[in-house]
Write a protein that binds this ligand. Structure first.
Ligand SMILES: [Zn+2]
Length: 170
């Protein structure tokens, strides 16, 4: 595949109109280059983002124990095929086409926090209690009082957690 141009035309997966696909190389220190794809359809407004790890070594599974404030700064690359799991929180974030992101561990926790907060508004009793437990646990993890394991499974190997502490599986 050629990476020399930075824009191509492709058909929108939603409305079929010709839309633009932009790609931008992004260099992560001590890791290598990743490519960020953004498709924007001017016809229906559909937007999607995906990422691709350009290195030879593709990791299908990454695991990292988050146990300090410093660990929260590790960069997380999630392609649109990556599933995020945090077993200690009972949380699993399923992949969704066009919803890739580059963030930090803290950013991932923020996303989980926002979703749990939103869901907890409409529930009562045991489910409310469980949501509150998860939010308390997230607060403890952020302050370094509790630890968690961040796991990303990606069959295409385009997701990564960038840290010395990460365990990877080919
Ligand atoms: Zn469209």
């Amino acid at each position: 595949m050629q990476w020399s141009c930075s824009e191509v035309k492709e058909n929108c997966p939603i409305c079929g109109a010709e839309s633009e696909l932009h790609f931008l190389p992004y260099e992560i220190p001590f890791f290598g280059e990743i490519m960020i794809f953004t498709a924007v359809c001017s016809s229906c407004g559909y937007r999607s983002t995906d990422v691709k790890v350009m290195s030879e070594e593709k990791m299908r599974r990454c695991e990292m124990v988050i146990s300090s404030a410093e660990d929260l700064n590790a960069i997380v690359v999630r392609s649109s095929l990556g599933t995020i799991e945090i077993p200690e929180l009972g949380v699993s974030v399923e992949p969704k086409r066009g919803e890739a992101f580059i963030s930090t561990v803290e950013g991932v926790l923020k996303r989980v926090e926002d979703v749990v907060k939103m869901l907890s508004r409409d529930v009562e009793g045991a489910r409310k209690k469980r949501a509150e437990d998860v939010l308390n646990r997230i607060a403890e993890i952020k302050s370094g009082e509790a630890s968690m394991t961040l796991i990303i499974d990606d069959p295409a190997g385009n997701s990564a957690i960038i840290s010395d502490k990460v365990k990877t599986f080919l």
